[in-house]
Write a protein that binds this ligand. Structure first.
Ligand code: C2E
Ligand code: MG
Ligand code: MG
Ligand code: MG
Length: 275
Protein backbone atom coordinates (compact mmCIF):
# COMPACT_ATOMS: atom_id res chain seq x y z
CA UNK A 1 0.00 0.00 0.00
CA UNK A 2 1.00 3.62 -0.45
CA UNK A 3 1.12 4.20 3.31
CA UNK A 4 3.90 1.70 3.88
CA UNK A 5 6.10 3.46 1.38
CA UNK A 6 8.50 6.33 1.82
CA UNK A 7 8.20 9.83 0.45
CA UNK A 8 9.44 8.89 -3.01
CA UNK A 9 7.07 6.01 -3.26
CA UNK A 10 9.81 3.52 -2.48
CA UNK A 11 10.23 1.34 0.56
CA UNK A 12 12.89 2.61 2.95
CA UNK A 13 14.25 -0.88 3.18
CA UNK A 14 14.61 -2.56 -0.13
CA UNK A 15 15.09 -6.27 0.49
CA UNK A 16 16.61 -6.74 -2.95
CA UNK A 17 19.47 -4.44 -2.00
CA UNK A 18 20.96 -7.11 0.23
CA UNK A 19 20.80 -9.77 -2.46
CA UNK A 20 22.24 -7.37 -4.99
CA UNK A 21 25.30 -6.65 -2.93
CA UNK A 22 25.74 -10.32 -2.12
CA UNK A 23 25.54 -11.12 -5.81
CA UNK A 24 28.01 -8.34 -6.41
CA UNK A 25 30.46 -9.75 -3.86
CA UNK A 26 30.18 -13.21 -5.40
CA UNK A 27 30.66 -11.73 -8.85
CA UNK A 28 33.79 -9.87 -7.78
CA UNK A 29 35.25 -13.04 -6.26
CA UNK A 30 34.44 -15.03 -9.37
CA UNK A 31 36.00 -12.35 -11.54
CA UNK A 32 39.17 -12.32 -9.44
CA UNK A 33 39.47 -16.09 -9.84
CA UNK A 34 38.74 -15.87 -13.55
CA UNK A 35 41.56 -13.35 -14.02
CA UNK A 36 44.01 -15.57 -12.12
CA UNK A 37 42.97 -18.61 -14.13
CA UNK A 38 42.58 -16.73 -17.42
CA UNK A 39 39.01 -17.86 -18.08
CA UNK A 40 38.61 -15.42 -20.95
CA UNK A 41 38.48 -15.65 -24.67
CA UNK A 42 38.83 -12.96 -27.25
CA UNK A 43 36.35 -12.80 -30.08
CA UNK A 44 37.17 -10.88 -33.24
CA UNK A 45 34.67 -8.90 -35.27
CA UNK A 46 35.60 -8.13 -38.89
CA UNK A 47 35.90 -4.48 -39.84
CA UNK A 48 35.07 -3.90 -43.49
CA UNK A 49 35.44 -1.49 -46.33
CA UNK A 50 31.71 -1.15 -47.02
CA UNK A 51 31.93 -0.62 -50.77
CA UNK A 52 34.46 -3.30 -51.72
CA UNK A 53 33.52 -5.65 -48.84
CA UNK A 54 37.25 -6.00 -48.18
CA UNK A 55 38.32 -6.98 -44.71
CA UNK A 56 40.45 -4.19 -43.22
CA UNK A 57 40.81 -5.32 -39.63
CA UNK A 58 39.03 -6.66 -36.61
CA UNK A 59 37.92 -5.53 -33.18
CA UNK A 60 38.95 -7.64 -30.21
CA UNK A 61 35.99 -8.23 -27.86
CA UNK A 62 36.51 -10.09 -24.63
CA UNK A 63 34.22 -12.86 -23.32
CA UNK A 64 34.32 -14.43 -19.89
CA UNK A 65 33.96 -18.20 -20.13
CA UNK A 66 32.72 -19.26 -16.71
CA UNK A 67 33.12 -23.00 -15.95
CA UNK A 68 29.50 -23.31 -14.72
CA UNK A 69 27.68 -20.26 -16.03
CA UNK A 70 29.06 -20.37 -19.54
CA UNK A 71 29.71 -17.23 -21.54
CA UNK A 72 29.27 -13.92 -19.75
CA UNK A 73 29.12 -10.81 -21.99
CA UNK A 74 31.45 -7.83 -21.36
CA UNK A 75 28.64 -5.46 -20.39
CA UNK A 76 28.08 -7.63 -17.29
CA UNK A 77 31.65 -7.69 -16.02
CA UNK A 78 33.71 -4.88 -17.57
CA UNK A 79 32.01 -2.24 -15.35
CA UNK A 80 32.84 -4.33 -12.26
CA UNK A 81 36.39 -4.84 -13.48
CA UNK A 82 36.68 -1.07 -13.95
CA UNK A 83 35.30 -0.19 -10.51
CA UNK A 84 37.53 -2.67 -8.70
CA UNK A 85 40.68 -1.97 -10.71
CA UNK A 86 40.75 -5.55 -11.99
CA UNK A 87 40.56 -4.06 -15.49
CA UNK A 88 44.27 -3.29 -15.20
CA UNK A 89 45.54 -6.92 -15.18
CA UNK A 90 42.63 -8.04 -17.38
CA UNK A 91 43.18 -5.24 -19.89
CA UNK A 92 46.86 -6.05 -20.09
CA UNK A 93 46.07 -9.71 -20.76
CA UNK A 94 43.58 -8.75 -23.51
CA UNK A 95 46.07 -6.43 -25.17
CA UNK A 96 48.84 -9.02 -25.08
CA UNK A 97 46.61 -11.79 -26.37
CA UNK A 98 45.18 -9.64 -29.20
CA UNK A 99 48.67 -8.56 -30.29
CA UNK A 100 50.01 -12.12 -30.11
CA UNK A 101 47.08 -13.41 -32.15
CA UNK A 102 47.34 -10.66 -34.74
CA UNK A 103 51.05 -11.37 -35.16
CA UNK A 104 50.16 -15.02 -35.80
CA UNK A 105 47.70 -13.99 -38.52
CA UNK A 106 50.32 -11.68 -40.02
CA UNK A 107 52.74 -14.59 -40.18
CA UNK A 108 50.09 -16.48 -42.13
CA UNK A 109 49.97 -13.62 -44.63
CA UNK A 110 46.96 -11.64 -43.38
CA UNK A 111 47.86 -7.98 -42.98
CA UNK A 112 45.17 -6.79 -40.63
CA UNK A 113 44.85 -4.14 -37.96
CA UNK A 114 43.52 -5.21 -34.58
CA UNK A 115 41.49 -2.75 -32.51
CA UNK A 116 41.50 -3.21 -28.75
CA UNK A 117 39.10 -1.45 -26.37
CA UNK A 118 40.78 0.47 -23.58
CA UNK A 119 39.06 1.56 -20.37
CA UNK A 120 39.53 5.01 -18.91
CA UNK A 121 41.19 3.38 -15.89
CA UNK A 122 43.90 2.03 -18.17
CA UNK A 123 44.61 5.46 -19.66
CA UNK A 124 45.27 6.89 -16.20
CA UNK A 125 47.51 3.98 -15.24
CA UNK A 126 51.07 5.27 -14.75
CA UNK A 127 52.91 2.64 -16.75
CA UNK A 128 50.39 2.11 -19.59
CA UNK A 129 52.64 3.25 -22.43
CA UNK A 130 55.59 1.27 -21.04
CA UNK A 131 53.37 -1.85 -20.80
CA UNK A 132 52.18 -1.45 -24.38
CA UNK A 133 55.74 -0.99 -25.58
CA UNK A 134 56.72 -4.18 -23.75
CA UNK A 135 53.80 -6.12 -25.26
CA UNK A 136 54.65 -4.99 -28.80
CA UNK A 137 58.27 -5.87 -28.18
CA UNK A 138 57.42 -9.35 -26.84
CA UNK A 139 54.87 -10.20 -29.53
CA UNK A 140 56.89 -8.50 -32.30
CA UNK A 141 53.76 -6.89 -33.73
CA UNK A 142 54.46 -3.72 -35.70
CA UNK A 143 52.66 -0.87 -33.85
CA UNK A 144 50.97 0.25 -37.06
CA UNK A 145 48.81 -2.90 -36.87
CA UNK A 146 47.43 -1.93 -33.47
CA UNK A 147 44.63 0.50 -32.75
CA UNK A 148 43.24 1.41 -29.35
CA UNK A 149 39.57 2.29 -28.94
CA UNK A 150 38.71 4.77 -26.22
CA UNK A 151 35.38 6.36 -25.31
CA UNK A 152 34.47 9.94 -24.59
CA UNK A 153 34.34 9.11 -20.87
CA UNK A 154 38.10 9.60 -20.65
CA UNK A 155 37.76 13.29 -21.43
CA UNK A 156 36.40 14.03 -18.01
CA UNK A 157 40.09 14.48 -17.28
CA UNK A 158 41.06 15.82 -20.68
CA UNK A 159 44.37 17.41 -19.58
CA UNK A 160 45.49 14.10 -18.12
CA UNK A 161 44.37 11.95 -21.06
CA UNK A 162 45.68 14.05 -23.95
CA UNK A 163 49.44 13.63 -23.31
CA UNK A 164 48.97 9.87 -22.81
CA UNK A 165 47.19 9.62 -26.16
CA UNK A 166 49.92 11.68 -27.77
CA UNK A 167 52.58 9.37 -26.37
CA UNK A 168 50.68 6.33 -27.69
CA UNK A 169 50.47 7.85 -31.16
CA UNK A 170 54.16 8.68 -31.11
CA UNK A 171 54.73 4.93 -30.77
CA UNK A 172 52.95 4.51 -34.12
CA UNK A 173 49.78 3.10 -32.61
CA UNK A 174 46.44 4.44 -33.82
CA UNK A 175 43.66 5.79 -31.64
CA UNK A 176 39.99 5.55 -32.36
CA UNK A 177 37.13 7.19 -30.49
CA UNK A 178 34.36 4.67 -29.83
CA UNK A 179 30.60 5.26 -29.48
CA UNK A 180 31.04 8.75 -30.90
CA UNK A 181 28.07 11.06 -30.50
CA UNK A 182 26.78 9.57 -27.26
CA UNK A 183 28.75 11.89 -24.96
CA UNK A 184 27.81 15.43 -24.01
CA UNK A 185 30.39 17.47 -25.82
CA UNK A 186 31.46 15.38 -28.77
CA UNK A 187 31.63 18.17 -31.30
CA UNK A 188 33.23 20.75 -29.04
CA UNK A 189 36.29 18.73 -28.09
CA UNK A 190 36.86 16.71 -31.25
CA UNK A 191 39.16 19.28 -32.83
CA UNK A 192 41.70 19.08 -30.03
CA UNK A 193 41.82 15.30 -29.84
CA UNK A 194 44.86 13.33 -30.85
CA UNK A 195 42.84 10.59 -32.59
CA UNK A 196 42.95 8.92 -36.00
CA UNK A 197 39.46 7.49 -36.31
CA UNK A 198 35.91 8.25 -35.21
CA UNK A 199 33.51 5.35 -34.69
CA UNK A 200 29.92 6.49 -35.14
CA UNK A 201 27.77 4.99 -32.41
CA UNK A 202 25.32 2.27 -33.39
CA UNK A 203 22.39 4.40 -32.21
CA UNK A 204 22.82 6.62 -35.30
CA UNK A 205 23.11 3.61 -37.61
CA UNK A 206 19.96 1.81 -36.45
CA UNK A 207 17.61 4.13 -38.39
CA UNK A 208 20.06 5.76 -40.81
CA UNK A 209 18.28 4.25 -43.83
CA UNK A 210 14.98 5.99 -43.05
CA UNK A 211 15.72 8.84 -40.68
CA UNK A 212 16.95 12.13 -42.07
CA UNK A 213 18.30 13.34 -38.73
CA UNK A 214 20.54 10.29 -38.42
CA UNK A 215 21.68 10.84 -42.00
CA UNK A 216 22.48 14.47 -41.21
CA UNK A 217 24.47 13.41 -38.14
CA UNK A 218 26.44 10.83 -40.12
CA UNK A 219 27.14 13.40 -42.82
CA UNK A 220 28.24 15.99 -40.26
CA UNK A 221 30.60 13.52 -38.56
CA UNK A 222 32.06 12.51 -41.93
CA UNK A 223 32.58 16.17 -42.91
CA UNK A 224 34.29 17.03 -39.63
CA UNK A 225 36.42 13.90 -39.77
CA UNK A 226 37.56 14.71 -43.30
CA UNK A 227 38.53 18.25 -42.42
CA UNK A 228 40.46 16.99 -39.41
CA UNK A 229 42.11 14.21 -41.42
CA UNK A 230 40.41 11.42 -39.48
CA UNK A 231 38.80 8.19 -40.65
CA UNK A 232 35.21 7.21 -39.95
CA UNK A 233 33.86 3.78 -39.05
CA UNK A 234 30.19 2.94 -38.48
CA UNK A 235 29.26 0.33 -35.89
CA UNK A 236 26.22 -1.92 -35.66
CA UNK A 237 25.43 -2.26 -39.38
CA UNK A 238 22.81 -5.00 -39.70
CA UNK A 239 21.06 -4.20 -42.99
CA UNK A 240 22.17 -3.59 -46.57
CA UNK A 241 19.93 -0.49 -46.56
CA UNK A 242 21.95 0.91 -43.68
CA UNK A 243 25.22 0.14 -45.47
CA UNK A 244 23.95 1.93 -48.57
CA UNK A 245 22.76 4.97 -46.62
CA UNK A 246 26.18 5.16 -44.95
CA UNK A 247 27.99 5.07 -48.27
CA UNK A 248 25.69 7.75 -49.68
CA UNK A 249 26.68 9.94 -46.75
CA UNK A 250 30.39 9.32 -47.19
CA UNK A 251 31.09 6.70 -44.55
CA UNK A 252 33.25 3.99 -46.08
CA UNK A 253 34.09 1.60 -43.27
CA UNK A 254 31.96 -0.37 -40.88
CA UNK A 255 31.30 -3.31 -38.65
CA UNK A 256 28.12 -5.17 -37.89
CA UNK A 257 26.14 -8.37 -38.11
CA UNK A 258 25.53 -7.66 -41.82
CA UNK A 259 29.17 -8.59 -42.40
CA UNK A 260 29.82 -10.82 -39.41
CA UNK A 261 29.23 -11.27 -35.70
CA UNK A 262 32.29 -11.32 -33.46
CA UNK A 263 33.98 -14.70 -34.02
CA UNK A 264 35.98 -17.02 -31.78
CA UNK A 265 39.61 -17.47 -32.89
CA UNK A 266 38.92 -20.73 -34.77
CA UNK A 267 35.90 -19.24 -36.53
CA UNK A 268 37.91 -16.17 -37.50
CA UNK A 269 40.54 -18.55 -38.93
CA UNK A 270 37.85 -20.14 -41.10
CA UNK A 271 36.50 -16.74 -42.05
CA UNK A 272 39.97 -15.68 -43.24
CA UNK A 273 40.45 -18.85 -45.27
CA UNK A 274 37.01 -18.52 -46.89
CA UNK A 275 37.75 -14.95 -48.02
P1 C2E B 1 31.97 -1.59 -28.24
O1 C2E B 1 33.44 -1.47 -28.14
O2 C2E B 1 31.22 -0.43 -28.73
O3 C2E B 1 31.73 -2.88 -29.15
C1 C2E B 1 30.64 -3.05 -30.03
C2 C2E B 1 29.59 -3.99 -29.48
O4 C2E B 1 28.53 -4.10 -30.42
C3 C2E B 1 30.08 -5.42 -29.25
O5 C2E B 1 29.36 -5.94 -28.13
C4 C2E B 1 29.63 -6.12 -30.52
O6 C2E B 1 29.48 -7.51 -30.37
C5 C2E B 1 28.32 -5.45 -30.77
N1 C2E B 1 27.91 -5.47 -32.16
C6 C2E B 1 28.69 -5.49 -33.25
N2 C2E B 1 27.96 -5.47 -34.40
C7 C2E B 1 26.67 -5.43 -34.00
C8 C2E B 1 25.42 -5.39 -34.73
O7 C2E B 1 25.36 -5.38 -35.95
N3 C2E B 1 24.29 -5.35 -33.98
C9 C2E B 1 24.32 -5.34 -32.61
N4 C2E B 1 23.15 -5.31 -31.97
N5 C2E B 1 25.47 -5.39 -31.91
C10 C2E B 1 26.64 -5.42 -32.59
P2 C2E B 1 30.10 -6.75 -26.98
O8 C2E B 1 31.15 -7.64 -27.55
O9 C2E B 1 29.04 -7.36 -26.13
O10 C2E B 1 30.84 -5.62 -26.16
C11 C2E B 1 30.13 -4.60 -25.51
C12 C2E B 1 31.03 -3.52 -24.97
O11 C2E B 1 31.89 -4.06 -23.95
C13 C2E B 1 31.99 -2.95 -26.00
O12 C2E B 1 31.33 -1.99 -26.80
C14 C2E B 1 33.06 -2.35 -25.11
O13 C2E B 1 32.65 -1.12 -24.60
C15 C2E B 1 33.11 -3.36 -23.98
N6 C2E B 1 34.21 -4.31 -24.24
C16 C2E B 1 34.22 -5.45 -24.97
N7 C2E B 1 35.43 -6.02 -24.96
C17 C2E B 1 36.23 -5.22 -24.21
C18 C2E B 1 37.62 -5.25 -23.82
O14 C2E B 1 38.40 -6.14 -24.23
N8 C2E B 1 38.07 -4.24 -23.00
C19 C2E B 1 37.25 -3.24 -22.58
N9 C2E B 1 37.77 -2.29 -21.78
N10 C2E B 1 35.96 -3.16 -22.93
C20 C2E B 1 35.46 -4.13 -23.74
MG1 MG C 1 34.86 -0.79 -29.37
MG1 MG D 1 31.31 1.09 -29.91
MG1 MG E 1 29.33 0.49 -27.43
Amino acid sequence: TVKSRGRNGYDFFDPTMETKSLERILMENELRKAIEQKHFEIYYQPKMDIGSKQLVGMEALVRWIHPELGMIPPNRFIPIAEETGMILPLGEWILREACRQNKEWHEQGYELKVSVNLSARQIYQKDLVENIRQILNDTKLDPKWLELEITESIFVKMEEATPVLQEIREEGIQISIDDFGTGYSSFSYIKSLPVDTIKIDASFIRDVHHNQESQAIVKAIVTIAESLNMNVVAEGIELTDQAEALQLNGCDQGQGYLFSKPLAKQDFDHYLKAK
